[in-house]
Design a protein around this ligand. Structure first.
Ligand SMILES: Nc1ncnc2c1ncn2[C@@H]1O[C@H](COP(=O)(O)OP(=O)(O)OP(=O)(O)O)[C@@H](O)[C@H]1O
Ligand SMILES: [Mg+2]
Length: 362
């Protein structure tokens, strides 16, 4: 169990943690979310004593680890950390990387360290890479080695700071499934992640950090689906809704498709539905609005509902009154109609972007 009492961390120009209080129970899997710069990494680093808190206390079971005389090495035996960048040693093979901390910190003899390392590599599905060099691995494989290295220490708690955010999207899945297995095995974990569906699938508690504290906490359902406070609501909405602004004809067209792809992956949207979203975007926004206008100004919002397994698509755009379903290119619109339901057009001349089209994609 970890208890955090009035934790404060000041840097010369900023106070990321003003007053943090929390208890982490054995078996808890806590997802930490919040805007950039709100102290999520600082909190994890203070708990793990990689940073010295300015004031306040952290207890690990019965021991106050922020107290005088507490040995950092003892704390690091009980708490493992997985970073965004994997920090593997390039001059050691994969298995040596996993063995090293158990020999250095736990004093395991080489054979035992080796056997243990091989078991952990098997757990993350990489025993066949034991003799490879880190440079020969993909990002996802490196992160799995880093997780095996942390597991080799058999820590009571594992802290993970955005473990998938440095990875190519195609490699995120393999790392997430290793983490999910760990969470299901009953390991106590604290993980900083912005991925809502992932957080929902592994965590029992969510901490939303803002204003130097744990601003709101609850079950994933409470925080993601029914946040009580306005700031949490706004943040969670940004995780749920993909918003895209386009204000020139030569905008980043491929980048926009990539944003849609990334959003679909994060929300675990099926391949078939994802294809329809791309198609709807292509015909409704790219062809019928952006290409049809001299100076386009479009705001797009795409929101996926897991319960209904459907997407709500809303595009607001400037210019004269122009209903794409009537004035748009007829081929584009007939393709669009084949993938969307409930088409709606609204004109409101009091708004900067007076045109709105809405539809649903299933
Ligand atoms: N070593 C440091 N020295 C000075 N300021 C720091 C240091 N580390 C972090 N900060 C500042 O503390 C604040 C909180 O940083 P932190 O990295 O904890 O935020 P975060 O919530 O993890 O953000 P992100 O989502 O971008 O990772 C930021 O303003 C950051 O610039
Ligand atoms: Mg961070």
């Amino acid at each position: 169990m970890i208890r955090i009492e009035n934790l404060r961390k000041e840097y010369p120009n900023v106070v990321p943690l003003k007053n943090v209080n929390a208890t982490i129970n054995d078996g808890d899997v806590i997802a930490v979310i919040g805007p950039s710069g709100t102290g999520k990494s600082t909190l994890i680093r203070c708990i793990n004593l990689l940073e010295k808190p300015t004031s306040g206390k952290v207890w690990l079971d019965e021991t106050e680890i922020t107290g005088p005389g507490c040995k950092i090495e003892e704390v690091h035996k009980k708490m493992g950390m997985v970073f965004q960048s994997f920090n593997l040693f390039g001059h050691m093979t994969v298995v040596e990387n996993v063995m090293a901390p158990t020999m250095d910190l736990l004093g395991k003899p080489a054979q035992e360290a080796y056997d243990n390392a091989m078991d952990r590599l098997r757990e993350v599905g990489l025993s066949d890479k034991a003799l490879s060099w880190p440079d020969e691995l993909s990002g996802g494989q490196k992160q799995r080695v880093a997780i095996a290295r942390t597991l080799a220490m058999n820590p009571d708690i594992i802290l993970l700071d955005e473990p998938t955010s440095a990875l190519d999207p195609t490699m995120v899945g393999e790392v997430k499934s290793v983490i999910k297995e760990l969470a299901e095995s009953g390991k106590t974990m604290m993980i900083v992640t912005h991925e809502m569906s992932f957080a929902k699938s592994i965590s029992n508690r969510v901490f939303y950090m803002d204003e130097g504290e744990i601003y709101e906490e609850g079950t994933p359902e409470e925080v993601f689906d029914n946040p009580k406070k306005e700031k949490t609501r706004r943040f969670v909405r940004r995780l749920k809704v993909l918003e895209i602004g386009i204000n020139r004809r030569d905008y980043d067209y491929l980048g926009t498709h990539r944003l849609i792809e990334d959003y679909a992956q994060k929300n675990q949207i099926s391949v078939a539905l994802t294809k329809k979203i791309h198609r709807a975007y292509e015909e409704a926004v790219h062809q019928s609005i952006v290409c049809a206008m001299e100076k386009p100004d479009v705001h797009l919002s795409i929101e996926y509902s897991q319960e209904k397994d459907e997407v709500e698509f809303v595009a607001d755009y400037s210019g004269e009154e122009m209903n794409i379903f009537i004035d748009g290119d007829s081929i584009s619109i007939s393709i669009l109609r084949s993938v969307v339901l409930g088409e709606k057009y609204i004109w409101d001349d009091t708004k900067e972007r007076g045109n709105r089209v809405e539809f649903c994609i299933k």
